[in-house]
Design a protein around this ligand. Structure first.
Ligand SMILES: C[S@@+](CC[C@H](N)C(=O)[O-])C[C@H]1O[C@@H](n2cnc3c(N)ncnc32)[C@H](O)[C@@H]1O
Length: 250
C-alpha cells in the first residue's frame, strides 16, 4: 500500500466551486436547525449564567484547542493575527483566550455568508469593529510578505483548490519569528476506499503527513509536531491520522 497514492493536492476551479457550494449549503442548513424552536433564545439565557459559551456553534474547535494545549505556547499579546479558512465559528475565538491580538483578520471565501450567522464570534466581532473580514481564497491572499505575527489554519486544506499554493501563501505572510498553527486530517488509500459517496464533493483534497515535509521542515522551528494516530482523531473511520503542527518561522 502506497499512502502517497492517496494524495490529491489540486483540483480545478469548477470542482472547488462545487465544494464551496456544498460547504455553504451545509452551514446554512446547520444554522437553520440551530435556530429551530427558539433554541437560540434558550442558548442566550444559558450563556448569561455561564452554562454555555457566549458564541453559538463549534466545528470541533474545542477539540483542536485541546490538541494544541489550548494554545498556551503563544505570547499573551500580539499584533497582527489571521485565521485563514476561519469558517463560521472560528478557532480564533478560543486562541484569543491564550493570545490576544491587536489586529485580527478573519479570512474565508465564504465570510460574507458566515458574518450573517447571529450569535457567532464572526458576527459579533464584525458588529463591534473588532476584526477585519477578508474573502480571498488562501491561494491569493493580498497581504504583504512577513506581515503576520500569527497565522492559524485548522481543518482547511482538504477544502481548497491548490494545497501547495495555500501552504506557500501561509509561509509567505508570516514574519520570521512569527507563529503558524496547522491542523489537518490525513488520508491514505484505505481511507479513500472508506469515504462515503459524496464526501469528495465537499473535501476535494486529500493529503498525508509526508506531503507537509517540504512545506514545514527547515522553514519552521517546531513547538508542537505530531501525528495523532487514527484512534485519537476526530473521524477515525475516514482518516488514519491528524497532523498537529505549531512552529515559529525561521
Ligand atoms: C471545514 S471548514 C473549517 C473552518 C474552520 N477552520 C474551523 O476549524 O472551524 C473549511 C473552511 O475552509 C474554507 N475554504 C475553502 N477553500 C478555501 C480556500 N481556497 N482558501 C481559504 N479557505 C477556504 C471554507 O470556506 C470553509 O469555511
Amino acid at each position: 500500500m502506497n499512502a502517497s497514492n492517496a494524495v490529491n493536492d489540486k483540483v480545478d476551479q469548477a470542482q472547488w466551486q462545487v465544494a464551496q457550494t456544498w460547504e455553504r449549503e451545509f452551514w446554512l442548513r446547520q444554522q437553520k436547525n440551530l435556530a429551530k424552536l427558539g433554541k437560540n433564545h434558550v442558548w442566550r439565557l444559558l450563556s448569561l449564567f455561564g452554562v454555555v459559551e457566549k458564541y453559538r456553534g463549534d466545528d470541533d474547535n474545542q477539540w483542536w484547542s485541546k490538541c494544541f494545549d489550548d494554545y498556551r505556547f503563544l505570547p499573551v499579546q500580539t499584533e497582527n493575527v489571521i485565521e485563514v479558512g476561519c469558517g463560521p465559528y472560528t478557532n480564533m475565538r478560543l486562541v484569543r483566550k491564550a493570545c490576544s491580538p491587536k489586529h485580527l483578520f478573519l479570512s474565508d471565501p465564504l465570510i460574507r455568508t458566515y458574518v450573517g450567522f447571529k450569535m457567532t464570534f464572526v458576527h459579533e466581532m464584525y458588529s463591534e469593529a473588532g476584526c477585519y473580514l477578508d474573502d480571498h481564497p488562501l491561494e491569493d491572499l493580498p497581504y504583504r510578505n512577513n506581515f503576520f505575527d500569527l497565522a492559524v489554519m485548522l481543518n482547511v486544506l482538504d477544502h481548497v483548490q491548490d494545497a501547495n499554493a495555500c501552504m506557500q501563501s501561509l509561509a509567505r505572510i508570516v514574519k520570521p519569528g512569527g507563529f503558524i498553527i496547522v491542523g489537518q486530517d490525513l488520508t491514505n488509500e484505505d481511507d479513500l476506499r472508506a469515504h462515503p459517496d459524496g464526501m469528495r464533493t465537499g473535501h476535494p483534497i486529500t493529503l498525508n503527513e509526508k506531503w507537509f515535509g517540504p512545506h514545514l521542515d527547515g522553514k519552521f522551528e517546531p513547538i508542537i509536531n505530531k501525528v495523532l494516530p487514527r484512534a485519537a482523531g476526530r473521524t477515525p473511520q475516514w482518516h488514519y491520522g491528524t497532523l498537529i503542527f505549531a512552529g515559529v518561522k525561521k
